[in-house]
Write a protein that binds this ligand. Structure first.
Ligand code: 1BN
Ligand code: ZN
Length: 439
């Protein structure tokens, strides 16, 4: 874009129109007038040219949907295809290919399967764990590890099982650990995405915990399926630098009132397990590293699926957390510009026709400056305490249905569910630098 001051410098009214009486050598009125006319003509032409150039280059990112008018309403794929024509930056191109990877019906079906009463120790809790196991058994390239342990609680001895799905880069298979056989953490670096699959136990009603956290779990399962072809291609070409790890925590919820000791059982156990594993120097960024020090980012999704969530940069004082938050906010801005978020859809994830205007297009990730760091207790506690960079994707305020019987599928905002599924996929693909062309 030309600098705004250029027009004036090149002869606009502010410069070339210096009054003749002040100009040296102005001898007669007519000569002065014709010279002035010529100067005005040149200055005016330059100004028109500059305004034209400014209009051309100031259009944000020059995507074809921006330049050629709005894409057809409610057509996510057509919006993406419109983006194909003009969006040349790698992120926009990647988005145009990723936008159609969500199987909307499958995502909605999965949320319904997961959003059942599933407190630790119940049969439904085991069934949900089996659903997650079966999901990864049906994919290729993923390994599933389990961290199972027993611990006393106020409701007696309980068994917890964290499920850890890992997609390893090629090189980690060469860099086997010397000191342990835990290959799931043996990549040079890891991106960890996490959500909890247990639900809080309530005596007097059946708590389905749809936002807490059936939706985040379903988003991670969708992400694993959708990115699998991209991951396989990157790994086989030895272009995948980080392992992608999806962690499904057990025992996030307290058995009684939430306290530091009665909560986050699964994540506390796994963080301590990984912290006590010594990684061989060639599998970690620093010598004497442990199973936490090669985690580049720990992204925790919680309480997602209610209407109009706003997530703030809670941990802005940690550089890697701040950078991750800003990257997520910038991805959201790009998706919004491409008209791929806030599109009205029904409970099956299908566009509503004819389309009502989007009800709310406020940003989800709000990069507004906060006065001080904010810590909302959750499954990241034990990781943050050991200096793992965290992006905590939890809305403030919590959904209105939080820990109420009404936290069920009927009260989900499906637009938000699908928007976060897309955000999570684009963020992950961008973080792992997956190639923008489709596999
Ligand atoms: C999130 C979902 N949490 C519980 N269920 C964590 C939390 C702890 C939220 C204390 C608010 C207060
Ligand atoms: Zn909860």
């Amino acid at each position: 874009m030309p600098p705004r001051t250029a027009a004036a410098a090149a002869g606009g009214p502010g410069s070339g129109s210096t009054p003749s009486r002040l100009r040296p050598g102005a001898s007669s009125k007519s000569t002065t007038y014709s010279r002035n006319k010529r100067l005005w003509w040149i200055g005016g032409s330059v100004l028109v040219g500059l305004v034209f150039l400014w209009l051309l280059f100031s259009t944000p990112s020059a995507t074809s949907s921006d330049l050629s008018g709005r894409p057809p309403r409610n057509s996510r794929s057509s919006a993406a295809r419109q983006g194909d024509g003009g969006a040349t930056d790698p992120l926009s191109v990647l988005i145009t290919h990723l936008v159609d990877t969500t199987d909307h019906r499958a995502l909605a079906r999965r949320v319904r399967e997961l959003a059942i009463e599933r407190p630790v120790g119940s049969a439904a809790h085991s069934r949900v764990a089996d659903l997650i196991r079966a999901h990864f058994a049906s994919l290729s390239g993923w390994r599933l590890d389990e961290d199972s342990f027993e611990q006393p609680t106020i409701l007696g001895q309980q068994r917890f099982t964290n499920l850890i799905a890992t997609f390893l880069p090629k090189r980690s298979q060469r860099h086997l650990l010397r000191s342990t056989n835990m290959r799931d953490i043996a990549a040079p670096r890891r991106l960890v995405l996490a959500a909890h699959y247990d639900s809080k136990r309530f005596e007097h009603f059946s708590f389905h915990a749809a936002t807490d956290s059936a939706v985040p779990v379903a988003i991670l399962l969708d992400l694993a399926t959708a990115l699998q072809p991209w991951l396989l291609r990157a790994r086989d070409a030895d272009r995948l630098d980080l392992a992608l790890q999806l962690v499904f925590f057990d025992g996030e919820e307290a058995f009684g009132e939430w306290t530091e000791s009665d909560s986050v059982y699964g994540s506390t156990h796994l963080a301590s397990l990984w912290a006590n594993i010594s990684l061989a120097a060639d599998a970690a960024p620093t010598p004497h590293a442990n199973g936490l020090s090669n985690i580049s980012l720990f992204l925790l999704l919680d309480l997602i699926g209610g209407p109009a969530p706003t997530i703030y940069n809670y941990l802005f004082d940690i550089p890697a957390s701040d950078a991750a938050f800003r990257s997520m906010a910038s991805i959201e801005a790009t998706l919004t510009r491409l008209k791929l978020l806030h599109q009205p859809i029904d409970e099956n994830g299908l566009p509503i026709e004819p389309s009502p205007p989007p009800t709310d297009t406020a940003a989800y990730f709000v990069p507004r400056a906060l006065q001080r760091r904010m810590f909302i207790d959750d499954d990241h506690r034990a990781f943050l305490a050991r200096n793992v960079p965290v992006l905590h994707a939890i809305p403030i305020p919590y959904p209105g249905v939080w820990h109420l019987e009404s936290d069920n599928v009927a009260n989900l905002d499906w637009q938000v569910v699908h928007d976060f599924a897309l955000l999570a996929k684009v963020f992950t693909a961008s973080y792992l630098q997956l190639q923008s062309s489709p596999p």
